[in-house]
Write a protein that binds this ligand. Sequence first.
Ligand code: UDP
Length: 245
Amino acid sequence: MSAMSLSPRWNRVVLKMSGEALASSASDETIDAIIVDRLAKELVEAKDSLGIELAVVVGGGNIWRGATGQYAGIERSTSDTMGMLATVINALALQEAIERNGQPTRVCSAIQMAEIAEPYIRRRALRHLEKGRIVIFAAGMGNPYFTTDTPAALRAKEIGAQVLLKGTHSGVDGVYSADPRINKEATKFDEISFADVLSKDLKVMDLTAITFCKDNNLPIYVFNLMVAGNIKMALAGQEVGTLIK
Ligand code: UDP
């Protein structure tokens, strides 16, 4: 199929990417401007060429994870708040890169910080999408004891997205019968049910997020974010990953 003939599989989507996707594996950069720029270009290109509405949830694991601090004796709620603030740093990096590539964006934060991002208000986020802006949801859900997987699912459902795209950065390009990095016999699923993901205890996203998606009938598409061109391929319904439904 030529690039010209690609059409979108979904019209409104939320893409979840981990904070580590923005980090560099080659150096110890917390945020690698070259990688962020590449991801931004791909997002803009995919959105423009397919004409979809796109929102992004970015994690904070490249900077801070709640669990890390807890082991070091930091009280969990505080440590999780630090993690949520880390997602805001990543969201601003992504916003800047996307706008440098010509695409207006809005960062909507679950924790109020009016000077740098607007507060998350569902109807406003919807308006941004309708106006063609990329919306970046920051600060997770604003509550501790979650990771950004769950707010990604929640926001997707709130804004009526048809799918939650889970872009991986660890080299695993979908859902496998076992961890393909450890077990060479592992096979990849093109499609799998929520029930099977849960009963086989397949590691895809946090259980809270998986259960939320199952209960609310929100499909998840897992694919490798780090392969050039994959965002567009996934959005166009090319078989680059695994659909959970
Ligand atoms: N976090 C939180 N509530 C949320 C979302 C995130 O407390 O709704 C905190 C939590 O400590 C988490 C950290 O923010 O570890 C960073 O998010 P996450 O671990 O999801 O980042 P990722 O692994 O996706 O980079």
